[in-house]
Design a protein around this ligand. Structure first.
Ligand code: ADP
Ligand code: MG
Length: 299
């Protein structure tokens, strides 16, 4: 990263810190220590070193965004945190528990880019099923489902089938379902990527309200610089593959955030600084050798 970008980022980070330096250390919900992941055997020509030595702590109630060029390992890192992939190196703890190659469904819920609602069930039936898998007593299913639908203003769609809703509405329901299962941690992999910009903005505002209300810890992957600034408490900028942490940018703005935040000069400054940090990595990712021919940087 060039000196000027560094200076710009550290200036913004200083603004972000404000007077919080005297507050007690935050509780850590997710800790990654030297996480490295290689797909395939190191000697195989198809082997890919996806992540290298990623160390990161996510605070309780924080909205943390992973930003980086395509193929830099963002989804891999999210899947590792969710216990869906066991890293080839390093350690992960979620709420103090060390992950041992299995998900923690009572602690962590996922939201993916595509709606994962069962098309042959109504919205309410989909919610009941999620709560059933979560081990919630039957008598609490409908109350939990309606409360979650209310939180995104969609109670009137409880009896609809997913196919009767627009893509944006389905994704809004998907987010509501992930709230409904009541886990303290939400992992979201480009959940709004398939949506138009206006719908993304509305769902982003929903999410910010949700964060303020529930205090959930959210790790979110996006390609959108504006979405990252609007939603995040901290943005982790990753390098081209193998993904490492290039820099972390703080956004000091309380949740829920209003659309007015987007027209503040600070918002534009943060977005520009993110782009400056990312630009070289995107170029590198575009000219990198194909998978399986990466430079060996670890034994
Ligand atoms: P991102 O989400 O940042 O776009 P991914 O985490 O999906 O990137 O992938 C990181 C790298 O690992 C890419 O080069 C991708 O091709 C490779 N990769 C991802 N999943 C697998 C897999 N299951 N097997 C082999 N390689 C994979
Ligand atoms: Mg991805």
């Amino acid at each position: 990263m060039s000196g000027s970008v560094d200076a710009k980022l550290s200036g913004l980070q200083d603004i972000g810190r404000g007077s919080q330096s005297s507050t007690p250390a935050p509780e850590i919900t997710i800790a990654c220590r030297n996480v490295t992941h290689r797909f395939g055997h190191a000697r195989s020509p198809q082997s890919v070193l996806a992540l290298e030595n990623v160390s990161l702590e996510v605070r309780r109630g924080e909205f943390l965004c992973l930003l980086g060029p395509s193929g830099c390992g963002k989804s891999t890192l999210l899947n590792i945190i969710g216990g869906l992939v066991t890293p080839t190196g390093g350690e992960i703890t979620v709420r103090g528990r060390s992950l041992r190659g299995e998900p923690l469904p009572h602690d962590v819920a996922f939201v993916f880019q595509e709606s994962t609602l069962f098309p042959w069930y109504t919205i309410l039936e989909n919610f009941r099923l999620a709560l059933k898998f979560q081990g919630v007593p039957r008598g609490e299913w409908d109350g939990g489902a309606i409360a979650a639908l209310q939180s995104v203003g969609m109670t009137s769609f409880a009896q609809h089938y997913p196919g009767q809703l627009s893509v944006g509405m389905r994704q809004r329901i998907n987010v509501a379902r992930s709230i409904c299962v009541g886990t303290p941690v939400l992992l979201m992999d480009e959940p709004f990527a398939a949506l138009d910009e206006q719908t993304r903005m509305v769902l982003g505002e929903d999410l910010s309200i949700l964060l303020a209300k529930t205090g959930k810890t959210i790790v979110f992957v996006t390609h959108s610089l504006a979405e990252a600034v609007f939603l995040s408490d901290r943005i982790v900028v990753m390098t081209a593959r193998p993904g490492r942490i290039k820099t972390i940018v703080e956004v000091n703005e309380a949740h829920p955030r209003s659309a007015n935040f987007m027209i503040e000069p600070r918002f534009g400054d943060l977005r520009n600084a993110l782009y400056a940090a990312l630009r070289d990595e995107i170029r590198l990712a575009m000219t990198a050798p194909p998978d399986g021919q990466d430079e060996e940087t670890t034994p």
